[in-house]
Design a binder for this molecule. Structure first.
Ligand SMILES: NC(=O)c1ccc[n+]([C@@H]2O[C@H](COP(=O)([O-])OP(=O)(O)OC[C@H]3O[C@@H](n4cnc5c(N)ncnc54)[C@H](OP(=O)(O)O)[C@@H]3O)[C@@H](O)[C@H]2O)c1
Length: 347
């Protein structure tokens, strides 16, 4: 691999763009040459991402001044990239689009969930869904990857082992999310007096990330998906009430989840008998690329209920971290390169 590879980030003044830059600045095989922002052109990156003060001298440039690079990251709002892929393809051989524009393979499913026809349906099959735990072999050497929905990632990683074994009959996934999931642009609902400390039902039904879960895990079980905004800045916690086709013990679940995830670098199984951190908790993943997964058998349930929990940082494992992990597979370097930050405690 000729080193270092050059990269650029489009939409770099947003939260995902900032996290991509933070991770890539520490990457051993990639150098970020440009990061774009139309609203901040010419300003030092640290004026928007103050955690990067003294870490980089980069300034925001305009999208129109982008030079060709080896890898282009798109961190634009949903709908901004899909109509311009000819342009972006002309700039880089490898593209990772963090938006939802190329996550779904089927244009009909896209129209059903997004309410309009996909502007570039012929390109959909070219993109690999950028969740390495499910698509490692397709991502290896790929040229195009989509980003992932953060709620979808947590749900897929929680349910994957049970779904693969055909054990799921019905799942009620209750998902709590922090405010950074909505991006950096302020809105009425993100106004501090309205957002602080909330437990606000956001999408009790109809959340678009459900389509990514069904695409990945199939239609072999009934999925209910409810999303609630909570008073965190970062973090997703999925509490999935799983009603199984066959009874299992906790020992069975340990064996199943260890078998699926034992060699996964960014999945930690969390199910401790003692202490206050017995189950996955989003705060403990803050800034890291980990997804913590845990499970409990409801001994008293007549419905073979198992509760599976998953926690991650929506801006890292739910966005920029999975994108960098996917890039590592695409360029053929160590899958964990640049992703070693373990999170913080206490926080
Ligand atoms: N936030 C998350 O937790 C998360 C998780 C997974 C995936 N994603 C996806 O990642 C992408 C970026 O998310 P984000 O949270 O970083 O969003 P964001 O904070 O709103 O950033 C988006 C950036 O795109 C630029 N932009 C260009 N055209 C724009 C337009 N028409 N309207 C608004 N901004 C525009 C903006 O910068 P300038 O105006 O300065 O150019 C803005 O900083 C989205 O597609 C999102 O769905 C986000």
């Amino acid at each position: 691999m000729p080193e270092p590879l050059s990269a650029a980030i489009v939409g770099g003044s947003g939260y995902v763009g900032g996290e991509l830059l933070r991770l890539l600045l520490a990457h051993p095989h990639v150098t970020v040459l440009q990061i774009t922002s139309e609203s901040q052109t010419g300003r030092p990156v640290h004026t928007v991402h103050p955690n990067l003060r003294s870490v980089t001298d980069l300034k925001f440039s305009q999208e129109g001044s982008l030079d060709a690079v080896d890898i282009l990251f798109l961190a634009l709002p949903h709908g901004s990239a899909a109509g311009r892929m000819d342009h972006f393809d002309g700039l880089a051989q490898r593209i990772i689009d963090c938006s939802a524009d190329f996550r779904l393979r089927d244009a009909g499913v896209y129209a059903q969930w997004y309410g309009h026809a996909h502007p570039d349906p012929d390109r959909l099959p070219r993109f690999v869904y950028g969740l390495p735990e499910r698509h490692r072999s397709e991502l290896t050497g790929a040229t195009h990857a989509s980003g992932v929905g953060c709620n979808a990632s947590a749900t897929i990683l929680a349910l994957g082992p049970l779904a693969d074994e055909g054990l799921l009959e019905r799942v009620v996934a209750d998902i709590k999310v922090g405010s950074s999931e909505a991006g950096s642009r302020p809105s009425e609902s993100s106004h501090h007096p309205e957002r602080s400390g909330v437990i606000r039902s956001f999408m009790p039904t109809g959340h678009r990330h459900q389509a990514e879960v069904v695409q990945t895990l199939g239609t072999g079980f009934d999925l209910s998906f409810s999303v609630t905004s909570v008073g965190l800045v970062r973090g997703v916690l999925v509490t999935a009430h799983c009603f199984l086709r066959a009874a299992v013990t906790e020992k069975d679940l340990w064996a199943l989840y260890r078998n699926h995830y034992g060699s996964e670098p960014f999945i930690r199984l969390v199910n401790q008998r003692r202490g206050i951190h017995r189950y996955p908790e989003p705060r403990l993943t803050t800034g890291s690329n980990f997804c913590d997964v845990g499970f409990v058998v409801d001994q008293g349930s007549r419905h073979r209920r198992v509760v599976v929990l998953a926690a991650l940082d929506n801006l890292v494992k739910g966005a920029a971290g999975s994108a960098v992990q996917s890039m590592n597979l695409m360029i053929g370097c160590d899958e964990v390169a640049g992703l070693g930050f373990p999170g913080l405690h206490p926080l």
